[in-house]
Ligand binder design. Sequence first.
Ligand SMILES: Cc1cc2nc3c(=O)[nH]c(=O)nc-3n(C[C@H](O)[C@H](O)[C@H](O)COP(=O)(O)OP(=O)(O)OC[C@H]3O[C@@H](n4cnc5c(N)ncnc54)[C@H](O)[C@@H]3O)c2cc1C
Length: 480
Amino acid sequence: MTGAPLADPSADLPEGFLAAVDACLGPRGWSTDAGRIAELCVERWGTARGRSGLLLRPGSVAEVAAVLRLCHDAGVAVVPQGGNTGLVGAGVPDASGRLAILSLARLDRIRAVDPLNDTITVEAGCVLARVQDAAAAVDRLFPLALGAQGTCQIGGNIASNAGGLNVLRYGMARALVLGLEVVLADGRLWDGLRSLRKDNTGYDLKQLFIGAEGTLGVITAAVLRLFPRPREVQTAWLAVPSPQAAVELLAHCRGQLGETISSFELMAGGLVELVLAYLPGARAPLARPAAWQVLIEVGWSLEEGLAARLEAVLAAAMEQGLISDGTLAASEQQRQALWTLRESPTDAMAHAGAVLRHDVAVPISEVPALIAEGETVFQTLLPGVRILPFGHVGDGNLHYNLLQPPDWSAEAFLARKAEVQARVFDLVLAHGGSISAEHGIGRLKRDELARRRPAVDLELMRALKTVLDPRGILNPGAVL
Ligand SMILES: Cc1cc2nc3c(=O)[nH]c(=O)nc-3n(C[C@H](O)[C@H](O)[C@H](O)COP(=O)(O)OP(=O)(O)OC[C@H]3O[C@@H](n4cnc5c(N)ncnc54)[C@H](O)[C@@H]3O)c2cc1C
């Protein structure tokens, strides 16, 4: 770890550092207020917590560049922070107290919207929901959507290569970025803010910063792709007999409805029951509880006709035994109610007890085997455990969650975390999967990455890190 300890900044920072920061950012642009900083040291929804003595809040790209140059020269390490909705300990400082928090919140301008080029240019601190709204205002869709969209920032989304609810149709954040503006570790500005769909001029440098979790550069702005806004959207909630039926249903629907499918989400029935018990006023979407349930959403740019097609496709699936029950949202209000059920498992589980969570991916065809084998492995290891997977199964992405057995204490259950995580990852890798589907590596999965990625992969990653951040001041300890 580089940099001076920051727990008591006035004592431990290089002499004159805070005065230089003040000259560069002005009094609004930094703080050593312990109460204010403490809040930003704890993941809002996750489990990671750390310490820091200095908050940097630059208000412009020039200020980001100037303050990073200062940090680089003084050897002060920083953790870039967006909306702090990450779940892998990447956006909060570690326990050393040596990392300053570099908040991008004040860089929140929408710089340009170009409906003819189908692009929007935004600064890193724009909250995702605002980007979606700005796209809708010109009758376009910005399709990145996730439960934390009212809080997370586009810079954080890009730095974590966020996935979310529409990956099936539109891809992850990486697929939505045309250009980036990045401040490098030494304060140089890399201007890659192009809005081209075709640009084969050498290495595609922006890709290095997407998904790098703030370890290779600080994103200050991005050009994002926009899409035609679907005029007709249909959403159905279905009971399926098994995970195998769910993936066969997905193949059936893809064959019949093709690119109109934007979401295909699987939820364990036990999880739906927990959500219904937790959410005030929530209504069960199906007449009877079902062991496995699916939310499917389709949309297109035509005015109508999709509902009838979806109904016909689902009726055929029912005849084949892939669906046993289902309901179609009859209004936007009903659609929202279905999505609320889908977006509430994290809170509902937290309410019900201690949870061991894993964000993993396998090829879609391997999802049923993963779930079946997991049932055997974890019921043997943790008798009575409630296994409650849910996720974007259309992308092969499961949030594989284990809820404490009712007769265990939370402490006893959480004490098994490392062992359980290793068993989940073994299972996932045996099925050709990934130990992080969309949440990233951060600090929580760093050692697993080091253990499980091939040596050459790690050598290349370390070489890139050395070139772009030779003094190791950008989010040290995250990813590598
Ligand atoms: C309820 C809920 C639902 C979620 N659903 C999903 C989901 O469906 N799909 C999904 O992928 N994730 C999901 N997440 C996780 C999280 O919301 C995403 O990872 C999100 O992209 C993080 O954005 P943020 O602005 O909060 O970033 P932060 O948490 O602040 O930071 C995340 C990472 O990005 C880095 N970073 C932040 N800003 C910058 C910048 N400008 N330049 C360089 N690095 C930067 C940080 O250092 C850190 O490494 C969910 C989280 C919650 C709480």
